[in-house]
Write a protein that binds this ligand. Structure first.
Ligand code: ADP
Length: 422
């Protein structure tokens, strides 16, 4: 049998013919599918724009909030973020923020339909924050990248107006600073009553420093200034720094040097990436180190732990090189425990003692609290308190006033012995 005769015989075979037909159909479908995939890719590449925002990015929370407020209001799929705010009075306010849930949402922005996909990787953790890794992807038709700039800018502006007139506190998370808690209402500077002149001295020093960028630049001196507030607890060190930040419209980056996991390298990195217009606050600086002159035994207790070393801190303070003004505030209840190397000029440029209440402070606090009193009542109150010859902190006075806020100022000025009873 010749080859052509063989093929004719095969062609006449009905089973073979059907198989061949099926094969042809399958191949056709596969080609079509590939073609469709390729054209979808081409379409996506040329006629769709996507923006992917990972949860590590600063704009992530702004964007989620913006999407909820502006676009996805009508979506029925929300997730909730609950936050507490505890006030000095102990009152707790709970706030619920709705944000688009994991999944797909659609909304219209300036005539363009945008698909929002919020995805969460259950198996990948953001190592620094310990939360599941999330991303938000926006997809829209067209080629206009400006749309996304527009959205990001609007989201940023919205976040800014929310924090206007408020003080943002930042805390260190891994290598980054993250806003922590709700932005706090600014505390007026004159609500923290310090001994005469202290507040004005610090404020004018900070203001002079902020004006002096060129002076530092010309002399090649690192543009930073260190402040140390020391004195007994409850006298207003932290409150003053918060109020000062509010006055300057600055945020506060709070660092706890005794944190495990805070190494020299991390501290150095954090200081160099602190957000602009913030005060860096190192609280209770004495607790992190024992003076070098103290026992070698205490020093060895720290060895092997993942902590900041004293020389590491000094290096970090000296090395904070930034074109931005860097203001570092440190507080301590025990100034005598600090190593002299830490408090030398260049590291601590301004040192102020924030102590127990003096006569002018007592008078001012009384007047501020009981606003409509005759002028001699504050004098009487101050006289009575000082006659006890006992140290009293502003926090104790505040507590005493709070307990008697409904009582007559006259009684309050008399019964001062109660201050020490709590
Ligand atoms: P410190 O940091 O010195 O330990 P805080 O600033 O934490 O003290 O003060 C504790 C509480 O006492 C705060 O609620 C604050 O409002 C109040 N307080 C302390 N000092 C003053 C002050 N000088 N003027 C007004 N309130 C004060």
């Amino acid at each position: 049998m010749t080859v052509s005769e063989y093929l004719t015989t095969l062609g006449d075979n009905p089973y073979f013919g059907a198989g061949f037909g099926l094969f042809g159909l399958g191949a056709g479908a596969a080609i079509l599918r590939k073609g469709l995939q390729a054209s979808l890719i081409l379409f996506r590449r040329h006629y769709m724009i996507t923006l992917e925002v990972p949860c590590r990015d600063k704009s992530y929370q702004w964007l989620l909030h913006w999407i909820t407020v502006r676009g996805a209001r009508k979506t029925q799929h929300l997730s909730v973020e609950t936050t507490f705010e505890q006030h000095d009075t102990g009152h707790i306010k709970t706030k619920y923020d709705f944000i688009p849930s994991i999944g797909t949402h659609y909304f219209n922005h300036k005539g363009s339909w945008i698909k929002v996909e919020r995805t969460r990787e259950q198996h990948t953790l953001d190592l620094h924050m310990g939360v599941p890794w999330e991303t938000v992807t926006l997809t829209s038709l067209g080629k206009n990248k400006g749309l996304y700039f527009d959205i990001l800018e609007e989201a940023r502006q919205m976040a800014l107006t929310q924090t206007e007139g408020k003080t943002i506190m930042y805390t260190a998370m891994g290598p980054d600073w993250r806003p922590f808690g709700h932005p706090r209402k600014r505390r007026p500077l004159d609500s923290v009553i310090l001994d005469t002149g202290i507040s004005d001295r610090i404020l004018s020093d900070v203001e002079d420093f902020l004006q002096a960028a060129a002076w530092y630049g010309d002399r090649g001196i690192p543009y930073r200034r260190g402040y140390l507030l020391h004195g007994p607890p409850g006298c207003g060190k932290s409150s003053y720094i918060t109020a000062l930040a509010g006055e300057l419209s600055f945020g506060i980056c709070v660092l706890n040097l005794s944190d495990r996991g805070l190494t020299d390298d991390r501290l150095n990195h954090l200081l160099s990436v602190a957000p602009q217009n913030t005060i860096i606050l190192l609280e209770d600086i004495d607790a992190a180190f024992v003076s070098r002159e103290d026992s070698a035994q205490a020093k060895t207790a720290y060895e092997g732990l993942n902590r900041v070393t004293f020389s590491g801190l000094l290096n970090c303070l000296d090395g904070v090189a930034s074109t931005e003004a860097r203001i570092v505030f440190m507080t301590t209840n025990y100034v005598e425990r600090l190593d002299p190397a830490l408090v030398r000029p260049g590291r601590v440029d301004v040192k102020e003692y924030i102590g127990f209440c003096t006569e002018p402070q007592l008078k001012k606090m009384f007047t501020r609290f009981y606003q409509t009193v005759s002028p001699d009542l504050p004098d009487k109150f101050a006289r009575n308190v000082l006659a006890q010859s006992k140290n009293v902190s502003a926090a104790q006075i505040q507590g005493y006033f709070m307990r008697h806020k409904a009582d007559s100022p006259n009684v309050v000025a008399e019964n001062v012995k109660e201050i020490w009873e709590e």
